[in-house]
Design a protein around this ligand. Structure first.
Ligand code: ADP
Ligand code: GN1
Ligand code: MG
Length: 354
């Protein structure tokens, strides 16, 4: 095992001595490693991306506070993400290389990139719905905004315009179609934020990155276990959490798919998720419920705009694994938006009928 990791891990209160530390998972933001010790205890070590999250201590304060609050409501350790403290009782370690944290590994669990059966998606809806419901009494105003304007779609357009102006790596001429698609929908971008400002939608503690691969299911029962990846937990709108899940999990193809003919939004999966989410999170207001389809559309549009912006900027934010990766991702998102527009009435009908 690399000495660099031995030194880092020696700072955490682990059971046993680490014997291996390997890259793990499919996240786009942090560097994640699976650690195994000589007493077969497993941990997740993460190097926190401090370019994306510029105030790591504030982010770790959020995670410590939220996991501590969840623990007062849930006794089963596999159902709440568990931070392992350092020998100095801190929630993270800072060294010359960056910021590091360790979580207990959630054993006998699975983490999916796409639902294998509709029930998997239903269970992820239950996990995220329950997460929001359990945090209903948490004082949202005490949380730090770990990324300013994270789901402010209009602000994401502002960043797209800057990227277009700069054309930093000369890719602008090759993406005119995608830019036209985005700009044709710009007027809608501010709708949810404006409704919140007018007091029509309440601010809640939201997860803000509710992809299927940020929830763990029990590998035997396949029931919802635990929500992970809490870096973006902050005050937000319920439509963000609902919408981002639909974007990722109700899609018939992955975010990286290059064959766009495979990419649609499944109305069946939309209904499955909405049923699970609303059953686990019954406290939504009438207006919050009504804007759930809009949440799905805006989160998908926003994500496409973010991938396009990053493509124009020269792939500075999302890790890429091949040429044009961010452009391919942008295209899947826009195809999904177009499909939602075609299915708009059915989406609304499904929500009304639950
Ligand atoms: P990123 O922000 O880069 O997406 P995540 O926190 O989502 O990082 O972690 C990446 C992957 O590592 C997850 O999708 C999951 O497969 C795995 N993972 C993270 N935390 C745990 C944990 N506590 N137990 C088991 N697997 C985990
Ligand atoms: C990032 O961290 P990860 O891979 O779960 C991103 C999300 C995007 C997603 C697209 C902090 O999520 O906002 O929707 O990629 N997270 C951050 O796959 O920017
Ligand atoms: Mg993740």
């Amino acid at each position: 095992m690399d000495q660099r990791f031995q030194i880092i891990l020696a700072n955490f209160r682990l059971e046993g001595t680490p014997v291996s530390c390997e890259r793990y998972g499919f996240g786009h933001i942090n560097e994640t490693y699976l650690v195994v010790t000589d007493v077969s205890h497993r941990y997740i070590l993460q190097k926190i991306n401090n370019h994306v999250f510029q105030d790591v201590p504030a982010l770790m304060q959020n995670i410590s506070a939220v996991t501590a609050f969840l623990k007062t409501q849930e006794a089963d350790p596999r159902r709440v993400l568990q931070l392992i403290p350092t020998t100095e009782n801190s929630s993270f370690l800072e060294n010359s290389d960056g910021f590091w944290r360790v979580y207990d590994f959630i054993e006998d669990s699975i983490c999916l990139q796409l639902p294998e059966v509709p029930e998997d998606f239903y269970e992820s809806a239950v996990a995220f719905g329950r997460f929001q419901q359990m945090l209903g009494a948490f004082p949202a105003e005490t949380l730090h905004e770990t990324i300013l304007n994270f789901h402010n779609t209009a602000d994401r357009y502002r960043q797209l315009h800057i990227a277009i102006q700069n054309d930093a790596v000369g890719r602008l001429s090759s993406v005119q179609q995608e830019i036209d698609f985005a700009l044709a929908r710009e007027a809608e971008a501010g709708t949810l934020v404006d409704m919140q400002k007018k007091g029509l939608l309440p601010l809640r503690v939201t997860h803000n990155d509710t992809k299927l691969n940020n929830v763990m299911l029990d590998s035997t029962t396949r029931k919802a276990l635990c929500v992970i990846d809490l870096d973006t937990v902050m005050p937000g709108l319920s439509a963000y959490d609902f919408g981002d899940s639909i974007r990722f999990g109700a899609a018939t193809a992955g975010e990286d798919e290059t064959d766009l003919s495979k990419m649609e939004m499944s109305l069946e999966l939309f209904q499955v998720y909405a049923t699970g989410f609303l059953s686990a999170c019954p406290g939504l207001t009438k207006t919050e419920k009504e804007v759930l389809p809009l949440g799905a559309k805006l989160m998908t549009l926003e994500c496409g705009v973010r991938f396009l912006t990053d493509y124009l900027n020269g792939d500075k934010y999302f890790s890429i694994h091949r040429e044009n990766h961010n452009l391919d991702r942008c295209r899947t998102q826009f195809k999904l938006v177009a499909d939602m527009e075609n299915k708009w009435e059915q989406m609304q009908h499904i929500i009304q009928s639950i």
